[in-house]
Design a binder for this molecule. Structure first.
Ligand code: CS2
Ligand code: MN
Length: 360
């Protein structure tokens, strides 16, 4: 297992890389070029500069999250070929600089979605990302986008690129009538184009689940259950076509038994990366993000780490979102302190599991 950390680059991440390096057991990053709109070919110069900076801090950069998929690819428009060509060129550039896994998602319009970015947790006064579907009904898509941007503390948010959201009304219209199976046809077209390139250059694509794990605003969503990911794997059967198994996203639906889903895909060698975080259920389609500790939420973090140990022990892991604690001011979900605590806790579980099983 390689423990990693998400870092947005020195332009927009207030956390210096040397702080990341000081977290015990941190091997490297799930890195990204934060300023890249979906569909753009990532310039080699910028990729090299970012990765050189990471290496200079004594960290690896074997995972990139995300290279976002242009909406025209998801909608299957004729213009998609140009964006797929850019995607392929980006894969080749990243491979040249040692990247082994590219995380992405195939969610129409929205990436992750929350109704509050800083909901206070009554027990201890910290705050975390929060979702209540009832609030969403009142708000509607345009309002949720406005509120999310307004409450982000001036930080860029992953998957909420302004270029994409500027087109929101038009894009929502274009998706009207698209069924999950129609979206899957477009997904296959994309995978058929990029996966052979990944095989050739030793990269694995890892698809992140829908977050939350159900359809929203009537948009088709095809990545929120074991069955969905089985279908994805079958669209283009290859060891390079994998899942980024995010426990908190998939786990937002209690019907997804996360340790069992990990075992299912781990045994098939279809987990390219893991995001490990905990969720506290508050009702139907109503949850908040909790500290990583099992006791803080509803996921069994020991069983999750054990499933990883048993079926995909060499995977990349990162603590996913953290709460805001100790008065830290930072990008919602991506502060330093709680993610560092999360990584340390997960490393502790890992050490205990290794010892129990005769390892070091
Ligand atoms: C991330 C996602 O913040 C998060 O929840 O896990 O934004 C993730 O980076 C993307 O969905 C992957 O494309
Ligand atoms: Mn995630």
């Amino acid at each position: 297992m390689k423990m990693t950390f998400r870092w947005y680059g020195s332009q927009t991440d207030p956390i210096p890389l040397r702080y990341v390096k000081q977290i015990p057991g941190m091997s490297g990053l799930m890195g990204l070029l934060d300023n890249k709109a979906a569909g753009v070919d990532w310039p080699e110069e910028e990729v090299r500069a970012y990765i050189d900076e990471v290496h200079a801090a004594g960290l690896e950069c074997e995972v990139i999250e995300s290279v976002n998929v242009h909406e025209d690819i998801k909608m299957g428009l004729p213009t998609r070929d140009e964006y797929i060509a850019n995607y392929i060129s980006t894969i080749r550039t990243l491979a040249k600089y040692g990247v082994k896994v590219i995380i992405y998602n195939f969610m129409p319009v929205f990436d992750w979605l929350r109704t509050d970015l800083a909901r206070v947790i009554p027990e201890d006064g910290s705050n975390s990302l929060y979702f209540d579907e009832r609030d969403l009904g009142e708000m509607g898509p345009l309002e949720i986008v406005r509120r999310t941007a307004e409450n982000s503390g001036g930080f860029t948010l992953p998957g909420w690129e302004p270029e994409r959201l500027a087109q929101l009304e038009t894009t929502l219209k274009q998706y009207e009538g698209m069924t999950p199976d129609m979206l899957r046809v477009n997904f296959k077209y994309f995978l058929d184009a990029v996966i052979p390139v990944c095989e050739e250059c030793g990269v694995r694509m890892a698809c992140h689940p829908d977050d939350p794990a159900w359809p929203i605003f009537g948009l088709p969503r095809i990545a929120h259950s074991q069955d969905d990911f089985d279908k994805m794997c079958a669209l283009h059967d290859s060891p390079a076509n994998t899942v980024c198994l995010c426990t908190g996203s998939l786990g937002s639906d209690p019907a997804n038994d996360i340790p069992s889903v990990i075992r299912h895909f781990g045994e098939k060698d279809r987990i390219g990366a893991m995001h490990v975080r905990n969720i506290k259920f508050l009702g139907e389609h109503h949850f908040r993000e909790a500290s990583h500790l099992s006791a803080s939420g509803d996921l069994d973090m020991y069983a999750i780490m054990k499933a990883i140990y048993d079926t995909c022990p060499d995977t990349y892991i990162r603590p996913d979102h953290g709460r805001m604690i100790w008065d830290e001011k930072g990008r919602p979900g991506y502060g330093l302190y709680d993610r560092a605590l999360g990584a340390t806790y997960l490393n502790g579980l890992w050490e205990a599991i290794c010892r129990e099983n005769g390892g070091k």
